[in-house]
Design a protein around this ligand. Sequence first.
Ligand code: HEM
Length: 421
Amino acid sequence: MATSATQEKVHYDSVDAIPLGEINVANPYLFQNDTVGEYFTRLRREDPVHYCAESRFGPYWSVTKFNDIMAVDTNHKVFSSEAKLGGIAVQDMHGIEGALELEMFIAMDQPKHDQQRKAVSPVVAPSNLLLLEPIIRERAGAILDSLPVGEEIDWVKLVSVELTTMTLATIFDFPWDERAKLTRWSDITTASPETGIVESFEQRREELIQCAMYFKGLWDQRIDQPGGNDLISMMAHSPATRDMPFLEFLGNLLLLIVGGNDTTRNSISGGVLALNQNPGEYQKLRDNPALVSSMIPEIIRWQTPLTHMRRTALEDAEIGGKQIKKGDKVVMWYLSGNRDETVIDRADKFIIDRENPRHHLSFGFGIHRCMGNRLAELQLRIIWEEILKRFRFVEVVGEPERLLSNLVRGITRLPVKLHAH
Ligand code: HEM
């Protein structure tokens, strides 16, 4: 019998007291109260490729060590991302009544994946990022200049959400005054009713259809104007994407919105929190602002904005000595791999001047490795450069609130006070 959400709230005094077979790291409450790390530490130590036989997500394997995760992520011939087999998250979107089944290239296997990725990837090519940099910098500066100094504000709402939505509006050339729509569509794409973001899958479906209609309008305008540098123009004109079925078009747009929104947003919030929890690192940064360039990848490792990606085994396989059967659900817990002390030096510490800060799993590996990783780093670097110019201290003055989700590692509220130089 499937475990219900209420049963998942059952609390043990110590993680070590839980029988190994009962551990279910996909329980979203463990992410909301930020205790999942203790579970991962135990699994990495005692059962790095762990089988959970019963959960409301069905049975699934958890892969928790860095090198085992790499082995799965780089073996796309055996470990499929295909939506029809269940897709890329432990929560199987396929088959939920009322849910809209979106087609995105993150959830496609070859050869279709490559064709579609190729069509949209020029928007994040280095040459295009150079064009975007001054616009992002100017808009980021304006947002930061509008903030009140010395008063308690919610950093998530006023800064992280604003800055990431602004970048998205820039890469889509989205009508500026309507940009809050992008935030909403991003939030609902990864939401299930229990998050409180939508009331039902039907509501989510309806809002996503409105989103599709809106983008269809922009698409229709831009199809007549070739040569645009924005993402919608590129998709409207590329032979690989221009004749896409409707749900696929919507899926790929939403992939770019979610890819560029939730993840970067939570990295901005997570960075402020990590610096406050590690005042020595904050001081290092004040003393040497050039450390921003190694701090950004460290923030992305530390936050791990997407906790996992899931695959489905296309044939029997072995990982870490365990026999995976054809059809099994295999979850690569990036959040755990990023704390694997056998691969990352002092993995449980936030260190902004690490020697090899890009050695992390937050962007995945293999053919699906994040397409927007350079854009994400660019955006975060600009934002931190602009923050450091203006504020001596972004002080966290209350407890962070976290998202009830086992996929997006989100901070929903972060009270801060700004101190000028
Ligand atoms: C794929 C993380 C920012 C667009 C992915 C994957 C992860 C990820 C884990 C899947 C990798 C895998 O399966 O191996 C992140 C993080 C970000 C971020 C942590 C920010 C800190 C962005 C941005 C964009 C973006 C800004 C916007 C362009 C995509 C796309 C894919 C993807 C299109 C699908 C790639 C494919 O299937 O080939 N991202 N992402 N991401 N990301 Fe990001």
